[in-house]
Write a protein that binds this ligand. Structure first.
Ligand SMILES: Cc1ncc(COP(=O)(O)O)c(C=O)c1O
Length: 344
C-alpha cells in the first residue's frame, strides 16, 4: 500500500537509544544514577501530592527562581526541560545546524540533531580522551552549534577553562553539558553573563537523584532562553518533578553529603581497577576503563554472574581497547563491585 505520510530524512536510519540494562534484584551501576536516592524531603513532598494529579503543573516560575539561585544566575537565564535531554531537543528545534560534538560523548546530542535532519560532525578526543580545542575548532569548522560535555560522559574527562574560552571565541553557539558538575564542584554557569553564545545544560537526575522524575535545565543569556521558551511544550515538566526539584533544593546538604560519598567510592573503584585494567581518571560519578585483552562482553558477563550490571561499550571507533563504564553506587554496592573485580 502506498504510504500517505513522509518520514523526515535521516529518521529511518537512526539507531534507537538503548538505556542501561535493568534487572530486578541486581546491583545497577550502568546508568550513572545516584543509588543513594533522593532527600527525605523529596519523598515526603511526593507522597503529599498523590491526590493532586488533576491540576496542570503551575510552579515552573518558582522552580526557575530556585534553580537560578542555586546556579548563581537569574530566573530569566533558566529554561526547564523534561530532563536535560529535552533541553537538547529544544536547542535543535530552535537553532539551525550543522552541529558538532566530541567522540565518544553523550549520544543524545547527535540523535537530537539527526532527528531534525541536521548534519552532525563528530570530532575524536585525543589520546587519553583529552579535549583538544584547536583540533575541535578546525574539524568542526562547518558547524554552527557545538555540543560539548564536561565532565564528559562516558570518559569522565573535563574541558579546561582555557580550551573552553578558545571554543567560545569562535562565536558559534556552544552548548556545554554539565550533567555531572556537582561531582567536580566547578561550573561555568556564571559565564553566561559574559558569553552571549553559551548554553549550560544541567540536570537534577544525577547529584539530586531525581532521574525518574525527568527534570533538567538550561542556563543561558536571556535572549537565548526567550527563544527556547518559544519552542518548549507548555507543561513539559510535571507537577511532581517541579515539587521534587523544589524540595531537593531545600536540602542541598543531603546532596553534598552523597556527592562526597560517591566521589570516595569512585576513587576506590579507580584504585581497584588500576591493578588489573586501564581506567581513565574521572571527574564524575563513573569510570570508563579498558578491559583488554579481555573483551567487554566477557567482563560484562562476569559481573552479571555476580548480579552486577555495568555499561558495556566494547570498541570505540578509532580508539584501541575494549571499554566498560561503571558508576559508584552506595558504599555496599561499590564494595561488592570491587570484590567482584578483585576476584576476576
Ligand atoms: C552527559 C549527560 N547529559 C544529560 C543526561 C541526561 O540527563 P536527564 O536525565 O536530565 O535527561 C545524561 C544522562 O545520563 C548525561 O550523561
Amino acid at each position: 500500500m502506498k504510504q500517505g505520510y513522509c518520514i523526515r530524512p535521516g529518521v529511518s536510519a537512526l539507531p534507537e537509544y538503548v538505556p542501561g540494562e535493568y534487572r530486578r534484584g541486581f546491583i545497577k551501576l550502568a546508568s550513572n544514577e545516584n543509588n543513594f536516592g533522593p532527600s527525605r524531603k523529596v519523598v515526603e513532598t511526593l507522597k503529599s501530592l498523590a491526590d493532586k494529579t488533576g491540576l496542570y503543573p503551575y510552579r515552573e516560575g518558582d522552580v526557575r527562581a530556585k534553580i537560578a539561585k542555586y546556579a548563581g544566575v537569574n530566573s530569566e537565564n533558566i529554561v526547564l526541560g523534561n530532563g536535560s535531554d529535552e533541553v537538547m531537543d529544544l536547542i535543535v528545534k530552535a537553532f539551525r545546524g550543522p552541529y558538532a560534538g566530541m567522540y565518544p560523548s553523550f549520544p543524545v546530542y547527535k540523535l537530537a540533531a539527526k532527528i531534525m535532519g541536521e548534519g552532525y560532525v563528530e570530532v575524536p578526543y585525543d589520546d587519553g580522551f583529552r579535549f583538544n580545542a584547536r583540533k575541535f575548532i578546525s574539524k568542526a569548522e562547518g558547524a554552527k552549534v557545538f555540543f560539548l560535555c564536561s565532565p564528559n560522559n562516558p570518559t569522565g574527562t573535563s574541558i579546561s577553562d582555557t580550551d573552553l574560552k578558545k571554543v567560545l571565541a569562535t562565536g558559534k553557539l556552544v552548548v556545554l553539558d554539565e550533567a555531572y558538575v556537582e561531582f567536580t564542584g566547578k561550573s561555568r554557569a556564571s559565564w553566561v553573563r559574559k558569553y552571549q553564545n553559551l548554553i549550560v545544560l544541567r540536570t537534577m537526575a544525577k547529584a539530586f537523584a531525581l532521574a525518574g522524575l525527568r527534570i533538567g535545565y538550561g542556563i543561558a543569556p536571556k535572549e537565548i532562553v526567550d527563544i527556547l521558551m518559544k519552542v518548549k511544550p507548555p507543561f513539559n515538566t510535571s507537577s511532581f518533578a517541579q515539587e521534587a526539584a523544589l524540595a531537593a533544593l531545600e536540602d542541598i546538604s543531603y546532596m553534598r553529603k552523597n556527592v562526597a560519598k560517591i566521589r570516595r567510592g569512585r576513587d576506590k573503584i579507580y584504585n581497584a581497577l588500576s591493578k588489573k585494567f586501564k581506567p581513565v581518571k574521572s571527574d564524575s560519578n563513573f569510570i570508563l576503563f579498558d578491559v583488554s585483552p579481555m573483551t567487554a562482553d566477557e567482563f560484562f558477563n562476569k559481573m552479571l554472574s555476580k548480579k552486577i550490571i555495568v555499561r558495556k561499550y566494547g570498541k570505540f571507533k578509532g580508539f584501541p581497547g575494549e571499554y566498560i563504564r561503571v558508576n559508584a553506587g552506595t558504599e555496599e554496592e561499590t564494595e561488592k563491585f570491587i570484590n567482584a573485580v578483585n576476584n576476576i
